[in-house]
Design a protein around this ligand. Structure first.
Ligand code: FAD
Ligand code: DLZ
Length: 512
């Protein structure tokens, strides 16, 4: 390298338009990519997630090289690898003697903190550029949040609709409503079989990485068999195209449904590609809007899909960077239980839990309502310590990076932020799961029973949760209904449910 820059590309920054690559001088600059053990083990990531990232990195490096870019790629099994971003950047600086280092802001606070120390430790300029692969800049989010008492996604989403013009008819939302969620809560009919998502069987590069990951991380939870994630931008586009034509039309109707033997329903399975940078969020929204304008998908489906990306995805990222690092330490409900062992075995006996955890083990994927209303709801009701459940979600899903995982888990699912994200906890008894799924009919627990042998644990855990936090929620108008029902409940029944909740939890997740 003759006086060029060292440009760092992290594993979830695999976008041609990455800010760290802007102004790249092919003759003088070197792109640095690092496979490091520290990133593979800071939580015990699912093997499919590690394979996905390393294979996508190798494909991205090959595409850069094909354009004539010099890529210095340090592989996981390179004997000289020191296995952390910081120590590998130090080694690369010694190799290339660059003028400076250029990076894009990482997706996790912990990595940004490390990067901020590099200028001093390297004695070189380190330019950490904004990550421009989102529809809202962090400055836009900060401005929107400023002075607001409550940071509700719905209002942020409306601002984003106005700012981008997506699904807008002048100043008004298309169809007259901002949100069609009330139409999106149907149960899956028995005779409706969702078209399966597009699969991408491993090529030679992926197979090589699978062997490496199998050797290096044999004890991580999760199966590698059946790996089929898109690992290139072309494959990610093909996955999106297949979703838009085959599953988007019914995405809205069955967005909240769960069904036995249907792990993906009408969902898009594009979060891994969006989060790696293989797919552009604006392009995904535009493709959905175009399908509606052609008359190929109804408005409730298209609005619902666009809201997930333009609304929720952008909102959680803004919130993460606004509130970190303190956000991760909040524990508003003083939850302190261990994570039940069945989060690693899928053997709780509850069909809904075992289906969600079992497919997580097999696919590194569960859809939103399983994450929120099954495994998330269980942890909320049980009072699992935030650090334990946050780590589980960060480890087990192929799409998990802290910027998106933490607000969803800590804020939305377990209410550890005390209401920053949601005005009330997403707590539900077995009745909700029964309404939205066909699990309960085949379950060994009885969803209609709240106490006694065979009663559905979600029922007694729900009332134990409401009773445990009754004083805390007394001033929350959105909790008035369950609190009124609690007051009407016969004392002996409540006592029996609370005793059963304690016995169940002590058996599976004792207090420390
Ligand atoms: P679809 O249901 O088809 O939705 C389309 C896209 O919308 C997704 O690909 C995703 O990019 C976006 N989206 C939808 N909901 C959300 C949301 N709440 N937050 C951010 N983006 C959203 N998503 C992640 O990408 N990574 C995570 O680590 C993650 N952890 C979660 C943890 C919990 C407890 C919960 C409740 C949700 C979590 N989500 C996470 C959000 C959501 O569950 C996933 O984005 C979604 O299941 C991915 O599958 P899909 O692509 O089929 O999504
Ligand atoms: C998650 C992950 C894994 C498992 N491995 C790597 C890696 O070897 N090299 C790399 O550059 N990135 C990896 N990642 C993604 C990083 O953890 C991610 O870039 C940071 O957490 C910031 O989001």
């Amino acid at each position: 390298m003759k006086g060029g820059a060292l440009r760092l590309v992290l594993g979830d920054q695999l976008s041609e338009g990455l800010s760290a690559l802007e102004g790249l001088d092919v003759a003088r600059d070197v792109v640095l990519m690092l496979e490091v053990r520290e990133e593979c083990t800071y939580v015990p990531h699912h093997p499919q997630k590690i394979v996905l990232i390393l294979s996508a990195m190798r494909h991205f490096a090959a595409a850069l090289r094909a354009r004539g870019v010099t890529v210095d790629y340090v592989a996981l099994d390179d004997p000289a690898n020191t296995h952390s971003f910081t120590s590998e950047v130090v080694r690369a600086v010694a190799r290339h003697k660059p003028q400076g280092v250029i990076a894009t802001q990482p997706g996790e606070w912990r990595v940004l903190e490390a990067m901020r120390g590099w200028e001093d430790s390297l004695g070189l300029p380190v330019d950490i550029r904004d990550d421009t692969r989102f529809l809202a800049s962090l400055a836009f989010f900060r401005r929107w949040a400023q002075g607001k008492k409550a940071l509700r996604m719905e209002f942020f989403y409306r601002e984003m609709r106005r700012a981008t013009g997506l699904l807008m008819d002048g100043d008004a939302p298309e169809g007259g409503e901002w949100n069609y969620d009330s139409e999106n809560r149907k149960r899956l009919p028995r005779d409706l079989i969702p078209p399966p998502p597009r699969r991408f069987p491993p090529d030679d590069t992926t197979r090589e990485v699978m062997a490496l990951v199998g050797r290096e991380f044999p004890r991580h939870f999760g199966s590698l068999d059946g790996f089929a994630w898109p690992v290139t931008a072309e494959q990610a586009q093909a996955a999106l195209d297949a979703f838009i034509t085959q599953r988007l039309p019914r995405f809205g109707d069955y967005q909240d449904a769960m069904a036995e033997g249907e792990p993906t329903l009408f969902h898009a399975l594009i979060s891994t590609s969006l989060n790696l940078g293989l797919l552009d969020p604006r392009a995904a929204c535009d493709a959905a809007e175009a399908a509606w304008r052609r008359g190929d998908a109804p408005l409730n489906a298209v609005e619902g899909f666009i809201r997930q990306i333009l609304g929720w995805r952008e909102y959680v990222r803004g919130l993460y960077w606004l509130r970190m690092p303190g956000y991760a330490k909040l524990n508003a409900l003083e939850a302190n239980r261990a994570l039940p062992e069945f989060y690693w075995t899928a053997k709780s006996g509850m069909r809904c839990m075992d289906a969600a955890i079992g497919q997580t083990r097999d696919l590194a994927y569960a859809h939103h309502i399983q994450r929120l209303m099954v495994t998330g709801n269980f942890s909320l009701l049980a009072g699992v310590a935030p650090a334990a459940i946050n780590e589980w979600y960060l480890a087990v899903y192929a799409d998990a990076y802290e910027w998106v995982e933490l607000p969803n888990t800590h804020g939305m699912a377990i209410h550890a932020d005390g209401g920053v994200m949601a005005s009330k906890p997403y707590a539900a008894s077995g009745a909700y799961i029964n309404r939205m799924s066909d699990h309960c009919g085949k379950c060994r627990f009885d969803v209609k029973a709240s106490t006694g042998e065979g009663a559905c644990p979600f029922n007694y855990l729900y009332w134990d949760f409401i009773a445990r936090h009754a004083r805390r929620f007394a001033s929350n108008p959105r909790m008035s209904m369950p609190l009124a029902n609690l007051r009407k409940m016969e004392g002996a029944k409540l006592k029996a449910m609370r005793a059963q909740a304690k016995a169940f939890l002590d058996q599976h997740a004792p207090l420390p």
